[in-house]
Design a protein around this ligand. Structure first.
Ligand code: BES
Ligand code: ZN
Ligand code: ZN
Length: 498
């Protein structure tokens, strides 16, 4: 039972106490013994600044051997994002001191935030922070044990809300970390077929698997459906492509689903338009879109939301070889449109085009959202602060912005001066070129390319996560370099609101 009443709590190894910049504890807890222990530290050593921390020993206090003071800064600046971040500071400080068990949060009281939301934030922050990409490290000693935080509440009335928030936080964090693990995995251990195996395992372990259908298409089935974009990119690789189809019916079958499409390039060498080696180094993460939609699927299904959700993942490896597609090749897409492939490194849009066509012709979705590490141009424009957003529907835009503001993940509209950009994709010899005639506005021309494959006026949005999907170092409650897990929480939130 991770949530305990203060008066029944056994002695903890470390009790985490949040304190603001006026040095007030964010709790009704008062204990004369505690006042003595805190007097000097609060006078001399601790200011309560955001992310500041200080460890204080409590002698043999029945509640805890140690107090970890964690600063939250100004109350008026405080937010759930900051609460996730200070939860991360707290577990980091405990881990540094090898305190792994009986680590408890003294549950904070902060009028403007709901109790269950705060519990969710604490659980999320501590779990997202602790994930490390260490699955291939052979030295088990170096892997630090996981801290399962406990919660100490003052009032019996809080137990239910804290328990509820903690459970939800755990499900969301586990979904995000599942996806980060796949993104960080080496491309040798995560080929298209191995990615499909991971999706299968995820479904097999789901508490709601009776409501889930999974269909994995191999190369042969992909050929049968004439997915020319997927086949064109896959040609250069010895790895057979896959098309992963996941269907979750949490609501009546007649209710229109949301379809999420994720770019699953398990490694992007650029193909014959080969990338220079430094640019190839991180291209195992070119399946972050795929992992994001799979992570969102895991969250939605683990939460058992009463929604219908379809996830489609075209999975390929983009390699140069004697079989690879050439710059100049004209390919026929699933939709029947022809594309002149002028740069084989603009591969993501080719595989997404087929999947978007499939999504918008087969499922009659209320929204189709694709997620992709699509362009360096988007990363250059927004850095890792936000996903670039392009959409054909203003209601969908608002709904996505609402979800992103709820999760506090960044989302920023890409320029959509279509009159200026659209001609850039005109080909002399085919229906479309796969790259713009100029480099400028590269994230927008890529988006417009995708838009050509949306059918039946389905509300569609494209999220370019080339920048925000990967962090070059730890940041807030993300504890390590690599997959950031953005924008998985936003996708799950969007489905929940839909
Ligand atoms: N996977 C890359 C985009 C990318 C670049 C993601 C950097 C993350 C970081 C994509 O397939 C690609 O190579 N795009 C090209 C398109 C260009 C050839 C029009 C790019 O952005 O340079
Ligand atoms: Zn590429
Ligand atoms: Zn790519």
């Amino acid at each position: 039972m991770p949530v305990q009443l203060l008066k029944q709590s056994p002695q903890n190894e470390c009790l985490i106490v949040f304190i603001d910049d006026t040095k007030k504890i964010l709790s009704q807890w008062s204990d004369p013994a505690l006042k003595d222990f805190l007097k000097l530290p609060l006078e001399k050593d601790f200011q309560g600044k955001y992310k500041e921390s200080l460890l204080v020993y409590l002698g043999n206090h029945p509640l805890s051997k140690r107090l970890l003071l964690v600063g939250i800064g100004k109350r008026s600046d405080f937010s759930l994002h900051r609460l996730r971040s200070v939860a991360a500071v707290a577990v980091a400080e405990c881990a540094k001191r090898k305190i792994h068990k009986h680590v408890a949060f003294l549950f904070p009281a902060l009028g403007k935030l709901e109790v269950d939301e705060m519990a969710e934030a604490l659980e999320l922050g501590s779990r997202l922070y602790q994930y490390r990409p260490d699955e291939m490290k052979s030295d088990a000693e170096k892997k630090s044990p996981w801290i399962e935080p406990l919660y100490v509440v003052m009032d019996k009335k809080e137990v239910a809300a804290v328990t509820k928030g903690q459970k939800r936080g755990r499900i969301i964090a586990d979904g995000v970390n599942f996806s980060r693990k796949l993104i960080n995995r080496s491309p040798l251990q995560l080929t298209p077929s191995l990615l499909a195996d991971e999706a299968k395992k995820m479904v097999a372990a789901s508490p709601h698997k009776q409501k889930i259908k999974i269909d994995i298409w191999n190369g042969e089935k992909i050929r049968k459906h004439k997915f020319g974009g997927v086949l064109g990119v896959a040609r250069g690789s010895v790895e057979d492509p896959r098309f992963i189809v996941l269907e979750y019916y949490g609501a009546k079958k007649s209710e229109r689903p949301v379809v999420l499409v994720g770019k699953g390039v398990t490694f992007d060498s650029g193909g014959l338009s080969l990338k220079p080696p430094p640019s190839q180094e991180t291209m195992k993460y070119d399946m972050a879109g795929a992992a994001s939609v799979l992570g969102a699927f895991k969250i939605v299904t683990d939460l058992g939301l009463k929604k219908n959700l379809i996830v489609l993942v075209p999975a390929v490896e983009n390699m140069p070889s004697g079989h690879a597609q050439r710059p100049g090749d004209i390919i026929s897409m699933a939709s029947g449109k022809t594309v002149e492939v002028l740069n084989t490194d603009a591969e993501g849009r080719l595989i997404l085009a087929d999947a978007i066509y499939w999504a918008t012709t087969q499922y009659s979705p209320k929204a189709c959202i694709d997620v992709a590490t699509l362009t360096g141009a988007c990363a250059l424009a927004v850095g890792n602060a936000a996903a670039g957003l392009y959409t054909n529907n203003s209601k969908l835009k608002s709904a996505l912005e609402k979800a992103a503001s709820e999760t506090q993940e960044g989302l920023w509209p890409l320029p959509d001066f279509e009159d200026f950009y659209a001609d850039l994709l005109n080909s002399d010899v085919a229906d479309l070129r796969n790259i713009g005639k100029v480099r400028e506005a590269g994230a927008s021309t890529a988006s417009i390319f995708l838009k050509h494959f949306v059918q039946n006026d389905i509300p569609w949005a494209h999220l370019d996560i080339a920048g925000c999907g990967w962090y070059d170092g730890p940041r807030d409650f993300i504890g390590c370099r690599g997959a950031s897990g953005v924008p998985i929480r936003t996708l799950a939130q969007f489905v929940e609101n839909a």
